[in-house]
Design a protein around this ligand. Structure first.
Ligand SMILES: [Zn+2]
Ligand SMILES: [Zn+2]
Length: 288
């Protein structure tokens, strides 16, 4: 089947037809896709979704717990050091650092999400089951994420930030006050990047949650400070080939316009011969 050159622009009706209705909390089976015989049945009853959910192991759970605990401790320690060394001299640089940190986190979320959605497979030893499996599950059962607890939602993102945050703590402990002053704006940038990378999957979970969200979260979504629900829905249109950024989503329109993901896929396919989303398609079409 020929894939369209671009996933955009799609009409509201087309998004509705090709994606799963999420306003129903957990049923997931009444969407337009489920009613059509040509489109796989999405949601927790999908054969692939059931198989993928069962692959969540106790070892994986332990890794997530360790990452969450380490990450939370390091965030608290570094926040304390940043407060301790704060001076008004840094104020203007601080604003730039925070903004740059958020934009970088959004791009990083897109890159990791695109990489895991598009390449590799659940069959790759260790990495496949631990880190690619959640991405496959998310496409065929998008609201499974709303049933994941805090540890399962945030464990992997916490893992990414441990080393940079630990390095920052080490610098605060060993560097001279002058060196800390010099590096302050950079450390604020890394800290803000770390915070937003850590929070990305929680923000992503909120973008799938249509019931019972705290009011302040919906305000942040409506202001597009964090990923809005309507915006992320564009990604969840089969075959899931655009709008990969899931922290704020600020970069999605631009990256789509310049064909960033399409062109990257073109280059990788030419270099390696691998077809984008081959494994994702395999799971989507899994039948009982
Ligand atoms: Zn995806
Ligand atoms: Zn999603």
């Amino acid at each position: 089947m020929e894939e369209p050159a671009s996933a955009l622009p799609l009409s509201e009706a087309e998004i509705e037809r090709r994606s799963m209705a999420e306003e129903d909390p957990n049923g997931n089976e009444h969407g337009a896709g489920a009613r059509s015989s040509t489109v796989p049945r999405w949601g927790p009853q999908h054969a692939g979704a059931k198989e993928l959910a069962q692959l969540y192991s106790p070892g994986k759970r332990l890794q997530e717990w360790i990452c969450v605990i380490l990450c939370v401790c390091l965030v608290v320690i570094n926040f304390f050091f940043l407060m301790l060394h704060f001076s008004m001299d840094h104020f203007s640089k601080l604003i730039v650092a925070i903004f740059a940190g958020i934009v970088t986190a959004d791009f990083a979320s897109g890159l990791v999400h695109w990489g895991a959605d598009t390449w590799g497979s659940v069959d790759i030893p260790v990495i496949g089951k631990a880190f690619i499996r959640p991405f496959r599950e998310h496409h065929i059962d998008p609201t499974a994420i709303t049933r994941h607890d805090f540890i399962e939602t945030n464990g992997d993102n916490c893992m990414f930030t441990i080393i940079p945050l630990a390095h920052m703590t080490y610098k605060f402990i060993t560097n001279s006050p002058e060196a800390i002053y010099e590096a302050y704006a950079w450390d604020c940038y890394v800290f803000c990047l770390g915070i937003f990378v850590t929070m990305t999957n929680q923000i992503h979970k909120w973008s799938h949650t249509y019931f019972g969200l705290p009011h302040w979260v919906t305000i942040l979504q409506d202001l597009h400070i964090i990923l809005p629900r309507k915006h992320h829905r564009i990604h969840h249109v089969a075959p899931h080939e655009t709008y990969f950024c899931i922290t704020t989503g600020w970069l999605n329109y631009l990256l789509e316009k310049i064909g960033f993901w399409r062109n990257s896929e073109y280059v990788i396919t030419n270099l390696t011969g691998h077809k984008p989303r081959a494994d994702d398609m395999k799971w989507a079409h899994k039948m009982e």
